[in-house]
Design a binder for this molecule. Sequence first.
Ligand code: DOR
Ligand code: ZN
Length: 434
Amino acid sequence: MTSNPIIIRGARPYAEGEPVDIAIAGGIITAIGPGLDLPEGATEIDGSGKILLPGLVDMHTHLREPGREDTETIDTGSAAAALGGYTAVFAMANTDPVADNVVITDHVWQRGQDAGIVDVHPVGAVTVGLKGKQLTEMAAMANGKGRVRMFSDDGVCVEDPLMMRRALEYARGLDVLIAQHAEEPRLTVGAVAHEGPTAARLGLAGWPRAAEEAIVARDALLARDAGYRVHICHASTAGTVELVKWAKAQGISLTAEVTPHHLLLDDSRLETYDAVNKVNPPLRERSDVEALRAALAAGIIDCVATDHAPHAAQEKCCGFAHARPGMLGLQTALSIIAEVMVKPGLLTWREVARVMSERPAEIVRLHDQGRPIEVGEPANLVLVDPEARWTVRSDEFASLSRNNPFEGMELAARVTMTMLRGRVTARDGEVIPR
Ligand code: DOR
Ligand code: ZN
């Protein structure tokens, strides 16, 4: 993919130091400095007042293709990602059919490359059909065209401890990541909301914190014994934070992500019984939200992942108990992090680059993303207007679904341009197709 040379004028990398110009050609950063000359045929992009960050990396996205193209496709999900500042996303395996073989993972990869606006990395299932009974052929997926480097049964937990143990041993040989949806299913039968005073008052069946924490603790021990890494998807409780902290202190290779929604919303949202607020794991209590924010700031939780989970109207506009869990996330993630972490001084923009780009790329061993903004590095970049305030209107979003709990909210900071290997993929709210 070749594209014209570009100069971004007057942006501040990581919001540090004086504004500089950044020259990009052949997909890489070729010069950084004040007052760069405009090369022949180059396009100029005004970066004044803007922050330049490495392109964001989302370890946890649901794109619904194949099977539920009425709710999201690789095209529409890629567009949402580019508009949200992402240059790479990991598409979870709980599609229909499940991404549990190399034919599907290669297909997802190819579809992402054809769309060409974000690198769509397929996640392979850990067990066949997500059923927890038989390991998939991880090696075939890892060695396929899609180069699968993360495996997860997300949506459900790898419940059987022996299965999880075998999965880690197999993953270790391939140097691929196992990402766990931590939910002890025997503790969440019929559960639809966080188990606490709110759910009790509203008559909603509760999902106790222990269902998540029991699996986090178990998998930390399995990781210790296997001498191999485990990643915890969407950490949602203060207890999970304590367990991850403990595991790291023991030298166990346990990493964890948190979603923007678990950093912003709590279970008081359930009062309306609007199923837009139904998600797995559920929105917890304010004390959990505070603990998650502090843990992300302290580096106990490694990174932010969206768990972007589109659903059709008929799957959300029904009784709370019957609705599907999940919410949109790609186009609001950076602004929510700006709102809840940067504005209160919990993270600097430099650290936002760490938790939304560098660290996720490291955890999945993605070597061309989350790179420093330096000469010779791939030009995967995002420009952010830190002063912007905007109101979330999902009918203006690229996603095919509308299950957006942030609808109508006013948020801080906005992505104004996204660049993938030197090509502008989104600018001022518009996707730029190849
Ligand atoms: O809320 C959720 N939605 N949590 C999951 O683990 C799966 C996801 C989905 O696929 O809709
Ligand atoms: Zn999940």
